[in-house]
Design a binder for this molecule. Structure first.
Ligand code: XMP
Length: 323
């Protein structure tokens, strides 16, 4: 008899027994899975858990604050935030090739995380023996052998931490599907914005800028992305679409006429998709009036963007993200 209450109770008890008086750490990505896993473990062992959040500067508007404030307020978790924006920007300077960007971001992420980890281990207190991960049932099945699909992009996520760790894993969501994880998160009192969050790639906005990643371009894309999200939410479309990446074509310029003069700015691409599992996807047939509002607002409110275009490609042949 499956209820979220049962799942929580069972896991809390099992985690307490497993951890004893030792300590655990957990990497937070801002996503649903790591947040719910951390909240569950927090409920079980309280201050014996420390969470680490690496701010790589590639997050969307408001997301880091959501983790720092709302998540902490909801769970009381002990959180170590590492502001690594400058480090990531430096490592990404001059890089335009998508796979190279992904590898750099993944590599820097592991280095920063390992350093934070070392600091936590060095703190006074019992031994840090456990690492919490938000592995879901579909992840377990997918990595359980089989032929699998060719790896098209090198993925980066909090689950992809180094393998030579001397930690024992705690994976409290191993038997759950995504919708069940959301229910558990809700029951644990996590904010709606975190529990209902749509997928967002580990490398963040770094792979949504076609061209070099700079602070200025990130700020610009953050604004455009926030407007698109706001309008989609206001139109009640969050549950209908899987996600809607907004992509900045930073190396492309086109002529526009804005205010009282000619402009020479950048286009952004809207990439709304419908999907069951992200393996395949179709472009979402968004209502024209919603598209019109997004377009008008972005071109009015975001400096240097003078064109909004719509991606009408399914997956395959296009992937969901542009890089
Ligand atoms: P693609 O672009 O391969 O994306 O069609 C499929 C889904 O995966 C997300 N995505 C990622 N998620 N780390 C992640 O955790 C990554 O490196 C990554 N790259 C893509 C993408 O947003 C979509 O939901």
């Amino acid at each position: 008899n499956w209820t979220t209450g049962n799942v929580i109770e069972e896991q809390v008890e099992a985690i307490r027994e497993l951890v004893g008086d030792k300590r655990a750490i957990c990497g937070l990505s801002g996503g649903v899975d790591s947040a719910v896993a951390a909240a569950l473990v927090q409920k079980a062992i309280g201050s014996q858990l420390t969470c680490v959040y690496v701010d790589h500067g590639l997050m969307r508007k408001g997301e880091t604050e959501q983790v720092e404030k709302d998540f902490v307020a909801a769970t009381g978790v002990q959180l170590k935030v590492v502001d690594a924006e400058e480090r990531f920007l430096k490592a990404l300077a001059g890089v335009t090739e998508p796979e190279e960007k992904r590898k750099i971001i993944g590599r820097e992420f592991i280095r920063v995380f390992e350093q934070a980890q070392a600091e936590i281990i060095a703190d006074e207190g019992p031994a840090v023996e456990f690492l919490v991960q938000g592995t879901l049932y579909p992840d377990v099945v997918e990595s359980g052998g089989g032929t699998g699909t060719a790896n098209i992009k090198s993925h980066h996520n909090v689950g992809g931490l180094p393998e030579d760790l001397e930690f024992k894993l705690i994976e409290p969501l191993r038997k759950l599907f995504k919708d069940e994880v959301r229910m558990v998160g809700k029951e644990l009192g996590l904010p709606e914005e975190i529990v209902q969050r749509q997928p967002f790639p580990g490398p963040g906005l770094g792979i949504r800028i076609v061209g070099e990643v700079t602070k200025e371009r990130l700020d610009l894309l953050r604004e455009a992305d926030a407007i698109a999200r706001e309008e989609l939410t206001a139109a009640g479309l969050d549950r209908d679409i899987w996600q809607c990446p907004v992509v900045l074509l930073a190396d492309v310029r086109s002529v526009g006429v804005q205010g009282d003069g000619r402009t020479y700015g950048h286009p952004v691409v809207l990439r709304p998709v419908s999907s069951e599992d992200a393996m395949t996807a179709d472009w979402s047939r968004l209502p024209y009036d919603v598209l019109a509002r997004i377009s008008t607002r972005i071109t009015n409110e975001v400096r240097d963007v003078n064109r909004v275009v719509l991606d009408v490609t399914s997956k395959p042949p296009g992937t969901i993200e542009w890089e």
